[in-house]
Design a protein around this ligand. Sequence first.
Ligand SMILES: Cc1cc2nc3c(=O)[nH]c(=O)nc-3n(C[C@H](O)[C@H](O)[C@H](O)COP(=O)(O)OP(=O)(O)OC[C@H]3O[C@@H](n4cnc5c(N)ncnc54)[C@H](O)[C@@H]3O)c2cc1C
Length: 397
Amino acid sequence: MTDTLTAQAGTDVETDEQFRGRMREFLQAHHPGRPPKAKEERLGWQKAWLATLFDAGFAGPSWPREYGGMALDFGKQVIYQEELARARVPGPLGTGLGIAAPTIIKYGTPEQKERFLAPMLRGDSVWAQGYSEPGAGSDLPALRTTARREGDEYVVNGQKVWNSSAEIADILFTLVRTGTQESRQAGISYLLIDAHAPGVTVRPLRDLTGDAHFAEIFFEDVRVPVENRIGEENGGWQCVRTSLGHERSAGAMNQAAMYRRVLDELIELARERGITTDPLVRDTLADLEIRVRLMRYSGMRTISDIAAKGEPGPASSTTRLFNVAFEQDIHEIAVDLLGEYGVLGRRDPHAVQRGRWVWGFLRTRASTIGAGTAEIQRNTIAEQVLGLPRDPAMPPR
Ligand SMILES: Cc1cc2nc3c(=O)[nH]c(=O)nc-3n(C[C@H](O)[C@H](O)[C@H](O)COP(=O)(O)OP(=O)(O)OC[C@H]3O[C@@H](n4cnc5c(N)ncnc54)[C@H](O)[C@@H]3O)c2cc1C
């Protein structure tokens, strides 16, 4: 597989501009077109696209080649994300690629890497994260879902909540308690659970947009082979630290490239509506322009930190905070600029651009909660970036 991918993905002597040209040509020739309306059909369409990318050697820009990735250098990773955003092709499915994959690459056995990584990258198996519980969100070490060892299996019981993409997932990367409740971080293991196994129930939860982007998951005597555990028993917290850092920086560059395009579209819309001579509108758009450029530099820094140190580090919290504030603001500003039309949803015949801006406004309200709330990110920055004392309200580590 390595040789074919190397050949298809070009060689190290390919210049950045040649790479950009080759990607653009590929995306034009294989563009999947507009998404189908029906949910089921859309899922198949997206999976087919991910398989097309993978089979042509255009998946996993930062992944090692041995797992089907491209192992691109810094500059080409930036170009990769810019070209995907420009082409408006669908992104990854589920939350595994940016979060579970780096954890498996770091802590998985050779068999686990072989078994799980390429199918995840190709979109053959969709992954969802099962960390949060009704009583364990910011305080994740309080989690209560148990995994009792019985021979070569664990028997899992408990409940998870707010799990993005769980309703389409095949594998749930989950934190479970294998120690006593009092053991907190020291009694947690990292388990990969088959989402279709007997005893797993996934119930979609609707958000403000009216769509279901996350779900709650119930485990009732679910049997999980021990070989599905990543890292040591009771050693899951170490893996979580890797995956949380990656979760906060996941897609930082991809988001920067996407919001570059979204801002261009908003500026175009402002032009069409004849409001670009208004000094307040100009001021607001210029401010967004500065922020989208900063987002790009911040995404570049994340890529180079991961390339240099293997981890995005605690500074991923600054990127995350900056990006989510931007995505909330750009939608809020767009809704304001559109006046009374701004609040019309996609079913209203007078809606502007099928109500995309108000949909985005509603959808991004949750951005300052997912992947750790804004308050928790600020705590991380205070303690781990600035070296300030630990929050006295937090339980001891
Ligand atoms: C869109 C979205 C997607 C999500 N996707 C997933 C997913 O895929 N998988 C998954 O497992 N979970 C997911 N979550 C859950 C998310 O990680 C939790 O909601 C989040 O960690 C907060 O936990 P909580 O909801 O229990 O709130 P709590 O932790 O109860 O927090 C309530 C409030 O108290 C504040 N607070 C708590 N502790 C402190 C502190 N020490 N200092 C200051 N303020 C504090 C919080 O900031 C918040 O404002 C998602 C959530 C959202 C909104």
